[in-house]
Write a protein that binds this ligand. Sequence first.
Ligand code: C2E
Ligand code: MG
Ligand code: MG
Length: 744
Amino acid sequence: MIRKILRDDPAPLRDAAESKLAKSSVAAAPARTVEDLLHELQVHQIELEMQNESLRQAQLSLEESRDRYVDLYDFAPVGYITLSRDALITEINLTGAALLGVERRNLINRRFASFVAPEKRDDWYRYFAHAIAHDDNQEYSISLQRDDGSRFHARINCQRQIRAGKPPTVRIAITDETDRSNAEEELRIAATAFESHEGMIVTDANGIILRVNQAFVSQTGFSADELVGRTPEFLRSERHDTIFYEQMWKTLRENRSWQGEIWNRHKNGKVYAEWLTISAVTTSAGQITHYVGTFSDITQNSEAAAEIHRLAYYDPLTQLPNRRLLHDRLNQALTASARSGHYGAILFLDLDNFKMLNDTRGHDVGDLLLIEVVRRLHTCTRAGDTLSRLGGDEFIVLLEDLSERAEEAAAQVKQLSNKIINIVEQPYHLKDREYHCTVSIGISLFYDNDETIDALLMHADLAMYKAKNAGRNTTRFFDPEMQLALDRRSTLETCLRHACAREQLQLFYQPQINSRRGIIGAEALLRWRHPDRGLVQPHEFIPLAEETGLILPIAQWVLETACAQIKAWEAHHSTRDLCLAINVSALQFRQVDFTTRIKQTLEKIGANPARLKIELTESLVLDNVYDAITKMQELKAIGVEFSLDDFGTGHSSLSYLKQLPLNQLKIDRSFIRDLPVNSNDAAIVEAIITLGRTFKLNIIAEGVETEAQRDFLQHQGCHDFQGILLSRPVPLDGFERYLELSYG
Ligand code: C2E
Ligand code: MG
Ligand code: MG
């Protein structure tokens, strides 16, 4: 650079050298040439230039570093503010100004306190007073407020600055903490929420419990230690099946949330209901990382709901269904009856003279009676029956699934109402005093949804009033015909009870004939000689006798009479070989000592068992095939014969037929009636005859009325007959006359 100066412009330098030489020649001894001076000047000049250059360099780097400092200072992530001893802002960086929301130049000499939230200013003055008086470094969190009213959480760091000869200042550094404090606040809220009164549980994506709150611990009875690390499965009760849980997980995977009622088991074993909400926690990519479950115990809700239900549908005194629930049940019962074809009934019960008890001994005693009556009613009814209290002393019993036949259904209801009347009649002890009470009952039958509920209740109510008018403590049916039928039936029952003892029963004999051998025997058919009604046919009293159990003594009478007849016939050669058939009822056959009775009777009378034939029906045998076989075999062993009556009308099963120790099949008269015209019947009869031949059984046809029928049967190979073509069932003397006529 120096060489350059010299080369570029030597003229000024030469001038300077010459002037210096002129001055120095006066003072200095040694003579120096201009050239020397010129050279000296040039060197000096160069030195000066060099000094200037390094100065400029220093200046430059100073400026650079100052800029750097200013940049660092102004754009630091922290707001720097210098406050005077009076807490006025004397210096502030750009970040600080930006935080306070005011241009820097407008901040100088502003009181910093004006940016502190008013409620925090006292705190601020305290901090500042400390800072200006002490050297320690202090940090505070404080809420600052900008001129526009917006606030932010600031963390401020205060540090006193001492400079020689100058009053102390305070340098504060401010950072905006809003984000952090928001995050902290959220954490605080979350933590508080987690410890709420609802049970909460956090699991990982595999359902392993990571965290539970206190409420969950209380709800389940398990401690956090017992719960963490396990899956919630061990809390399960047996109230839900696996399908329930599968559905829950499916919904959870698809919708990321599930809620519903769930029954879990407490550590103490008690099962409780909870409302569970499960939410899946996912990453931004949608991958499930956790599940959060919230449980609220709703057992009490359920209990409350149950209580509401109880109040709405049950009578508070007796806990019986009230009128509203009865309506529901009646609705269902009517539909069920229409579907099944079975009768149902309602019994309208009204206690007799209940009002008098209430008036004389008070309502609490009345209540005691009602409770006791209900207790007794429960003992008469079946589990499926509905016992309901309409109010006061009025009750309804709803019966379902009675018989498919009206009269039988009515008899079933009547039987129950008799039971009720009897049990209500028993004495009561109400507050140490004996009390007697009776009940009047009105009955209305229903079938096939043919009446409305209101009509049914009204009919039963009317019937109940009829019972009251008839002198109370009795039952009446709404349907007058039904009532009549029942009345007849009950009179019949009373009479039938005495029929045996009063010798009103009689055996009729209907001959059985073989086309080659003539009369082979007879069927004994029962008749009842009623004093008023004359001769009563079996279909009018045998079902009733079966239902009431009266059939048993009657059957014994039939057996004894038949055996006596067999014995009597033995005495005469023309009747010695006759076989007498008797009919046996289901109840009789089911008796455990059925065979013993027969054997004993035969023995007692001394009748030949081989002359006794027992007619059984298919349904009776199929009721318990093995029992039937055993009994039959036992009797067959002593010679008694068996015939299968009404054959073809039951559910004949060939396999059973093969096993039964039968002697005879008796073709039911319904197949004979339309012979030989009805080709169906003809085919059936033909098949039965073939069957008999196959199983080596004798075949007899009953109800043979015409020659054509007999001819058809003979032609098919059936040679034994019974029917009015030969003789009606007749009393003994008539039968014996018939014998005489036949044999001459
Ligand atoms: P069942 O054993 O099938 O008796 C045959 C029925 O057919 C008898 O009716 C008889 O009178 C009737 N009958 C006979 N021939 C003819 C005919 O040509 N045409 C028509 N239409 N009917 C004929 P009954 O005497 O009225 O007896 C009815 C049922 O009562 C018997 O049917 C039997 O099941 C039952 N029964 C009769 N006596 C007794 C008995 O002592 N004990 C039991 N448990 N049941 C009996
Ligand atoms: Mg018979
Ligand atoms: Mg028959």
